[in-house]
Design a protein around this ligand. Structure first.
Ligand code: TIU
Length: 227
């Protein structure tokens, strides 16, 4: 194990490809103007600071040939996997499936559902389309994501991406309940609500790491031996 200085205490990062880097929903629909995030009334520029740290972590994982998972929150074009309760929620400018400047919002195959070019998946990396906020719900049919991770020998997950308190936290909680040893990289995740990000990081590490660990990307990168 590689000890990463972290809160609430050192994180035991598993080498030899057993720790996957998870990049949650770094899609144009959340990061760029005119997408789903903006339609909910959010300032999408608040998410941009997470991009550079994720670039650095991706380079480190790729240099070692360690597994990388990208997720995309999106739905089938017929919206059969979008519960009416999700589509009807709130008063957005545009709803899921409505046409916008980057195509239909949160629909697979539309430009807005793509991962931003700076973080484009490399060949061989996992790309998981998820209809919910959590990455284990309704994904990787028929066996499910947990079975796929187990088959790949992945026991540890590093979480990055957006938004901290919605899809990142939900996915990290799902993973924690399934027995994964999880760390959230504090500068590689962002929220439209800085106070919610702070509260989420504190919630995760409280009570002896009730959901997992938290560390900056510099601490993770410094702990890794030269590739
Ligand atoms: N709205 C919001 O903060 N997030 C989402 O809707 N999805 C994700 O977090 N990816």
């Amino acid at each position: 194990m590689i000890a990463v200085p972290a809160r609430p205490f050192a994180y035991p990062l598993a080498p030899e490809g057993r720790t996957a880097l998870v990049v949650i929903d770094m899609q144009r629909d959340f990061i760029e103007p005119g997408g789903f995030g903006a339609s909910l009334g959010n300032d999408v520029t608040l998410l941009h600071t997470a991009i550079a740290p994720i670039v650095s972590l991706l380079a480190a994982w790729r240099a070692r040939g360690w597994p990388v998972l990208h997720t995309r929150e999106c739905h089938r074009p017929d919206l059969s996997d979008c519960p009416p309760a999700k589509r009807g929620r709130g008063e957005p400018l545009l709803r899921i499936g409505d046409p916008g400047p980057m195509g239909r919002l949160l629909v697979a195959g539309e430009p807005g559902a793509d991962i931003i070019p700076a973080l484009a998946p490399a060949p061989g990396e996992w790309v998981i389309d998820k209809p919910g906020k959590g990455m284990f719900w309704g994904t990787c049919a028929p066996e499910g994501l947990h079975a796929r991770l187990q088959a790949a020998g992945i026991t540890h997950l590093l979480f990055t991406g957006v938004t901290t308190e919605v899809c990142v936290q939900t996915s990290m909680r799902e993973a924690n309940d399934r027995g994964y040893t999880c760390l959230i990289v504090q500068d590689a995740t962002e929220s439209y609500f800085p106070a919610f990000k702070r509260a989420t990081l504190e919630t995760i590490v409280a009570q002896g790491g009730i959901v997992g660990w938290c560390a900056p990307s510099a601490a993770v990168l410094a702990a890794l031996a030269p590739a």
